[in-house]
Design a protein around this ligand. Structure first.
Ligand code: ZN
Length: 457
């Protein structure tokens, strides 16, 4: 029987079967039932939803002779709502006001620093709220955002973050990481940053490039900088999430130094490193040595494929020669956890995006060659980031978990990767989510749109 997606009768009942669903095994909390898995690593199941939670997952049957309502999905894919484990909600949607004149990393950095003066609470609320509404409507239920934490804005941005986290709890769960060049933490400011992070329930972060400049060879005092970072983290019992080696300069090799530092300070399993682009342009033996260290220090990696492809190897008037991403396949082969995430959205570091992790997933598959087979690809944006960031109740479909799900008008992973999935249905607490994408006019009124003639008049 053919069931058209538009004809599916979604249920508001407290108890119903999501029948005839396909779920990738890598997204199941209990993959033990995976006997009848198809060549894409996908299993056909019926899912019992009860009081907003997943009560049972059983092999699919054409008919069940119980009296429970049945929503027949016609063999379509069901995923958990997704996780964006590395983004910058505080910078997002500032592109019209603050464009990057040539798309390079250095001008992105300068433009972002200049824009921070505009980050008063109402501006932050408006742009962060817009980003969260986009993510929510797209089926993203957990976000780890980095928050620029400099002398000029730390005291303004974190209260807004705490407010938004409260407001969005249960719809989009938020984690936050402080972000500034780690050399700034060497001063007494480092104590203030760690205290703000602690009182906000966040993570200690930072970027390993110099305060003024771009990523390159490690700074002479990098060990002291890292000792200070780890000392602050240990004092306040904070996990760490860093921006590392975001360049194609092979001399940028901070990653193994961070791994040594994590081992020296007994911080195994508590450090996440994002980007790590330059590792991909180092020699095979250097890559090998660094991967050994990452595995030993139990460091998790986040790759940001769309932003790496945008910023890396960009020179005006010249066609880029490389994709900018780190050695994801090699890391996974070593057992190093790797997640993919969205990073910047419509700001000076990345001009595009909509906080849509399905879009990030589809692009990641292509940029990373994470296909043939596609079977493990969904874990990059769901189960792995859930584990890396300890997002309880997100990223896996299992009995007892909240029924926060995405139903795709697609039966195979190939069908998911091939189309934008703009017609996906998001379920929250088992109910079809009514939230729609916010209109751009809610961000800036047309006559207020920065950079336009109307706004300039
Ligand atoms: Zn970032």
């Amino acid at each position: 029987m053919k069931i058209h997606f538009a004809d599916i009768a979604w249920s508001d009942a407290p108890r119903f079967w999501l029948a005839n669903a396909r779920i990738p095994v890598c997204l199941l909390a209990n993959p033990a039932m995976s006997a009848d898995v198809d060549p894409e690593g996908v299993l056909r199941v019926d899912v019992l939803v009860e009081d907003g939670k997943i009560a049972r997952i059983v092999p699919a049957l054409d008919a069940r002779d119980d009296a429970i309502a049945r929503v027949d999905l016609g063999g379509r894919q069901v995923w958990p709502t997704l996780i964006d484990v590395h983004t910058h909600l505080d910078k997002g949607h500032s592109i019209e006001r603050n464009p990057n004149i040539d798309g390079t990393f250095n001008n992105a950095r300068l433009a972002a620093a200049a824009d921070r003066q505009n980050w008063k609470a109402p501006d932050l609320r408006r742009r962060m709220g817009f980003g969260l509404r986009c993510a929510h409507a797209h089926g993203v239920s957990a976000i780890r955002t980095h928050i620029d934490t400099y002398h000029d804005n730390a005291e303004r941005s974190w209260p807004v973050l705490r407010e938004m986290r409260e407001e969005w709890a249960g719809r989009v769960d938020l984690q936050a990481v402080s972000l500034c060049p780690i050399e700034l933490l060497m001063e007494s400011f480092g104590d203030r940053v760690a205290a703000i992070v602690k009182e906000s329930g966040g993570l200690l972060g930072g970027v390993t490039r110099p305060a003024i400049g771009t990523h390159g060879a490690p700074q002479a005092n990098i060990d002291e900088q890292l000792d200070r970072l780890f000392a602050l983290a240990i004092r306040h019992d904070l996990d760490i999430d860093l921006h590392v080696d975001e360049t194609d300069d092979p001399a940028a090799a901070t990653l193994p130094i961070i791994a040594h530092s994590a081992l020296r300070h007994g911080y195994k399993g508590r450090v996440v490193c994002g980007h790590c682009c330059s590792l991909a342009v180092q020699s095979e033996s250097e890559i090998d040595r660094t991967l050994d260290l990452l595995a030993e220090a139990d460091i998790s990696i986040v790759t940001l494929p769309t932003v790496n492809m945008y910023l890396q190897d960009r020179r005006s008037g010249r066609t880029p020669r490389w994709r900018g991403v780190t050695v994801v396949h090699e890391m996974i082969k070593r057992g190093i956890p790797v997640a993919a995430a969205g990073d910047n959205c419509r700001d000076s570091f990345y001009a595009y995006g909509d906080h849509d992790m399905v879009d990030t997933f589809r692009q990641a598959v292509r940029i990373l060659h994470f296909d043939h087979p596609l079977s493990e690809a969904p874990s990059l944006v769901a189960s792995v980031p859930s584990r890396i960031a300890k997002f309880e109740g997100h990223g896996l479909i299992g009995e007892g978990a909240p029924a926060r799900l995405i139903v795709f008008n697609a039966r195979s992973l190939n069908e998911i990767v091939s189309r934008p999935q703009a017609d996906r249905v998001v379920l929250e607490g088992g109910r079809r989510l009514a939230a729609k994408l916010p209109d751009y006019s809610e961000l800036w009124a047309d006559d207020d749109l920065p950079g336009t003639t109307a706004a300039a008049e």
